[in-house]
Design a protein around this ligand. Sequence first.
Ligand SMILES: Nc1nc2c(c(=O)[nH]1)N[C@H]1C(S)=C(S)[C@@H](COP(=O)(O)OP(=O)(O)OC[C@H]3O[C@@H](n4cnc5c(=O)[nH]c(N)nc54)[C@H](O)[C@@H]3O)O[C@H]1N2
Ligand SMILES: Nc1nc2c(c(=O)[nH]1)N[C@H]1C(S)=C(S)[C@@H](COP(=O)(O)OP(=O)(O)OC[C@H]3O[C@@H](n4cnc5c(=O)[nH]c(N)nc54)[C@H](O)[C@@H]3O)O[C@H]1N2
Ligand SMILES: [Mo]
Length: 759
Amino acid sequence: MASKPPAGDPVQDAPQVAGPQHAAVGLSAIGHTLRVAQQQMGVGRAARTLLKVNQKDGFDCPGCAWPEGDDRHVAEFCENGAKAVAEEATLRRVTPDFFAAHPLSDLASRSGYWLGQQGRLTRPMYLAEGSDRYEPVSWERAFAILAEELGALGSPDEALFYTSGRTSNEAAFLLQLFAREFGTNNLPDCSNMCHESSGSALTETIGIGKGSVSLEDLHQADLIIVAGQNPGTNHPRMLSALEKAKTSGARIISVNPLPEAGLERFKNPQTARGILKGTALTDLFLQIRIGGDQALFRLLGKLILETEGAVDEEFVREHTHGFEEFAAAARAADWDSTLAATGLRRDEIEQALRMVLASRRTVVCWAMGLTQHKHSVATIREVVNFLLLRGDIGRPGSGVCPVRGHSNVQGDRTMGIFERPSPVFLDALEKEFGFAPPRHHGLDVVRSIEALRDGKAKVFFAMGGNFVSASPDTAVTEAAMRRARLTVHVSTKLNRSHAVTGRRALILPTLGRTDKDVQAGGRQVVTVEDSMGMVHASRGNLPPASPHLLSEPAIVARMARAVLGPASTTPWEEFERDYGTIRDRIARVVPGFEDFNARIARPGGFTLPHAPRDERRFPTATGKANFTAAPVEYPEIPEGRLLLQTLRSHDQYNTTIYGLDDRYRGIKGGRRIVLVNPEDALELGLADGSCTDLVGEWKDGVERRAPGFRVVHYPTARGCAAAYYPETNVLVPLDSTADTSNTPASKSVIVRLEQSPTV
Ligand SMILES: Nc1nc2c(c(=O)[nH]1)N[C@H]1C(S)=C(S)[C@@H](COP(=O)(O)OP(=O)(O)OC[C@H]3O[C@@H](n4cnc5c(=O)[nH]c(N)nc54)[C@H](O)[C@@H]3O)O[C@H]1N2
Ligand SMILES: Nc1nc2c(c(=O)[nH]1)N[C@H]1C(S)=C(S)[C@@H](COP(=O)(O)OP(=O)(O)OC[C@H]3O[C@@H](n4cnc5c(=O)[nH]c(N)nc54)[C@H](O)[C@@H]3O)O[C@H]1N2
Ligand SMILES: [Mo]
């Protein structure tokens, strides 16, 4: 039987520390997977559900955006994918009785872990103005409330429509269509906090904001550089691709302030050799200081320029622009400042250079370790410079590989979830639907919070996610949210955003990936796009968590009818009845989706075009791949302070906490820990096991404090510290963001550690 949710809260947070592990995934992970799945689902449901994950006739794993290969195993999921599935396919339920027993004030005092453990939402709920309790509400009334508040706005730009990246292509397309027909481009999304820096840097330099490699390219690479990413936890299936590349002779450099177990050695549970011995993955570990990557890649660029025959001159001549300016900047790079910025030794960088020069096909993979700093866009442009020098874009076995987070975050962007849509996209929308979409840009996540704070935005609608916990500067964000007139969350599970509301609030419960979706037109499928631009169908196979749920496309369609009324000529009813009719429209609006319905009927789906990858064509302003020459930056750490990165443990999915362990880092039973290099700890007088407050230091002089963290002596780079998100979001200032992309700099937070009396 599935167990009950934890009764007590706050859950006892008493971390035990055993030190980092040196390999990821083995039999223990399989046992762990099944245990978690059974607790939430029971034995039979666990087996039925897990066997459908990532199968060609099954549903797309809601875990991450890593692609599936063609040779799928019977069990094509990983430990953390199984946890994501179990979380959604749980048998636990949040009913109206639950809300009757737990007033808002009570919900607001609970931990995110406790809220998530209560199970699936089952009924639309409404919090009336002045009330302290959510009450059940009919769908009709819920949409009438939405129509009333949206109708009362002085301008459509006073509404915000947030999207988290699990939303299907069909739901995303409808949401952006509705928002634009309503009259705003205020479509902030989780990408704004995630890979926006990658999108900004890649669009400018190669002409498309997406990665240029396929799984096949990874398998064929000579050298794979994994910078700022922890795949053992966040993209476990990527380890199989790295293993395959290694078996064909590839070498791997990992660039990270932390030694991450998954990158050291991988024990593949799907092969006999894997279970017994495993494969060593990393050949060279560059333990970089937080934020030192731009300096590292710039110096590698200089060293390549100085090596005879190392530059792919034909590629540079034929396909690139701006080489001379870049070369002048690169030649000015020097060893001393690079060693200071990176904390690396000269011989380590020289070894990396030898590996680069020995490789004819190089891929660079990255995730949040590169995207969440002030100079992230410049850093990723530098990665592009580095690859362009060797002609490593648009050649088999090489390229850029930003590894996306949420399972459909890339697809949501393709569908037009973007506050700064291109004129070409808007033209296509206008032509297809016959209304004039707004042309001025909308608000991203940070600007949305500012607008709520300043009373300029009044209705907040979220298609999934957990906005108040995922966003920076928790106190500021929560206060901003409380100023809204109406907050609405389309959700599968309870989270903190339901407890920190505007004057009125709605919870609209929806189907998840694992649920069967049946509409008037019959059983529906939805589609998603993975990190490598593959689009495929996803079909849930479980009876919905409650008969009162509506699908995401149905919610948007009904909201649109209630808000826009008969004046809208868009066939919202038909869209709800048959999602194939939505795909017909996508096919006419979004390039690459021609013949969409026929092509997703094929098992495995299809790959979207990517000009740099497919034809070495670069659709940039110059018509070439652009070298860039930004000044090198890196964070300065004041005396007696540390540079904190906020990251994920092994037992969480963003703000969803599965459990209190971080197995590969040897942490058990607690999340309020801060990893500090033992030498820094000694200098700062911080004994292992002592208790400390993390106090943010930012130019606005506001004190931001996260109290009660256990100090863990840990082999991170000097000057650096690490602690979990979202507990530390309170420390990330709202206006500390990346240049150009405006992504919160949640991996570069200056903190001082103040001894505190209690844990
Ligand atoms: N199980 C699970 N899977 C997930 C998620 C989850 O929460 N749980 N989240 C999903 C989402 S939305 C995303 S975006 C991805 C996130 O995937 P990751 O980016 O792997 O996630 P983080 O935990 O933020 O880890 C950041 C990594 O970058 C390193 N790092 C930090 N700063 C620097 C730096 O300055 N330079 C370098 N070179 N490295 C640095 C950290 O030590 C860490 O290894 O995972 C997705 N998949
Ligand atoms: N300090 C710090 N902050 C960060 C980060 C960091 O590294 N450090 N990472 C950032 C990143 S990379 C990201 S992507 C964001 C994540 O930000 P979000 O995407 O907003 O947050 P999640 O925690 O993934 O959202 C979880 C909630 O989504 C809902 N949900 C789950 N599945 C579905 C579904 O199928 N449909 C609907 N409608 N709802 C669903 C559930 O109610 C669940 O509680 O956080 C960002 N914030
Ligand atoms: Mo993300």
